[in-house]
Design a protein around this ligand. Structure first.
Ligand code: SF4
Length: 332
């Protein structure tokens, strides 16, 4: 028996119940797969439900104003995913009459759709024999075959994609989802649960006790470290925010007042005066950290109550402005 048959048998008994499964709908697969990039399934579930209730069709997403879209995405992070999702929906509507193309080649032409997402849509929604090679697949395959090549290299991904394409069988969508579930539940990055793994009998790393050596991720670049002072200026239930520029990190989202560096008490006072804010009582200071892909923010958060003044360029939060997770942390 091939390892793929064993994996499918395990999947039939152990698959996760996830709200986007079973629909077999290309739009649902697209939204869920984009949300699942860089975010765990358990965290995605409530966002997915809200998103699909608000924007149930590809046409609704294509027409959604950007600020509403970013609000629906608030807290999920990596906001370029939301913008690309909308561009993709617009392309499906404009170029394909609202119906997703079925081949990987055509799907990959859609904005924001890479080989993995194209493979997931083609296999799950259209039963095409296409692999969907993500970090889960790469980790499982590297361990199964004790393959030490660097999995971040495109040629290694391509090699596994070609290997798996010839083994997709007649349940390609289920096989791809079985890899996702095995990677999420059993073949975990740090401590794989090999004793419970259906593929243990096929696995070179398990046989030789070398699980920790695979996959080879190559050398990781150190993230840039940045110190920031962030101000939570409250008046009643509201606080000061402004829209960030259209380009760069967190573009188009709303930010709290902030300044580079960790300011001392005197400079905090000066910054508030410059902002036009008159504090009511003392301020408190807490520390928060946020990790982006390439940078880590070490935030000194200054929280205070203030008179509700008009600060040029700033607005009082009304509940509809999308605030990125880095700043939401400062409010909690
Ligand atoms: S036996 Fe262990 S290392 Fe091998 S695929 Fe299963 S969980 Fe991963």
């Amino acid at each position: 028996m091939e390892f793929t048959d064993t994996l499918l048998q395990w999947y039939d008994r152990n698959k996760r119940t996830l709200p986007w499964r079973g629909a077999g709908d290309a739009y649902a697969v697209l939204v869920s797969e984009i949300m699942l990039q860089q975010t765990r399934a358990a965290a995605v579930i409530p966002y997915y439900g809200r998103f699909m209730a608000a924007l149930p069709t590809v046409e609704a997403l294509a027409e959604c104003p950007e600020e509403r879209l970013l609000k629906l995405w608030e807290g999920l992070g990596y906001y370029s995913r939301a913008r690309n999702l909308k561009k993709c929906a617009q392309a499906v509507v404009a170029e394909h009459g609202g119906r997703f193309p079925q081949t990987v080649e055509e799907l990959k032409k859609l904005p924001g759709v890479g080989p993995y997402t194209a493979g997931a849509i083609a296999s799950i929604a259209f039963r095409r024999p296409e692999p969907a090679v993500d970090g889960n697949v790469l980790r499982v395959m590297a361990r199964l075959m004790e393959d030490g090549e660097t999995v971040t290299e495109q040629k290694v991904r391509d090699r596994w994609a070609a290997y798996l394409k010839s083994r997709m069988g007649d349940r390609p969508g289920d096989l791809n989802q079985a890899f996702m579930d095995l990677g999420s539940l059993i073949c975990l990055p740090k401590s794989p649960l090999c004793e419970s793994c259906p593929l243990a009998g096929f696995c070179g790393a398990f046989a030789h006790g070398t699980q920790a050596d695979y996959p080879n991720r190559g050398e990781k670049k150190a993230k840039r470290q940045e110190d920031l002072t962030v101000f939570v200026v409250r008046s009643g239930d509201s606080f000061l925010v402004r829209r960030r520029p259209e380009t760069g990190l967190l573009s188009g989202l709303y930010e709290l007042p902030n300044q580079s560096g960790h300011l001392d008490q005197e400079r905090i006072g000066q910054a508030l005066t410059k902002l036009g804010v008159r504090p009511l009582g003392a301020w408190e200071i807490v520390q928060r950290q946020h990790i982006f892909t390439h940078v880590i923010w070490h935030m000194q958060v200054v929280r205070l109550n203030a008179e509700r003044i008009e600060a040029p360029g700033w607005v009082w939060y009304t509940g509809s402005e999308p605030i990125p997770e880095a700043f939401l942390k400062c409010l909690r």
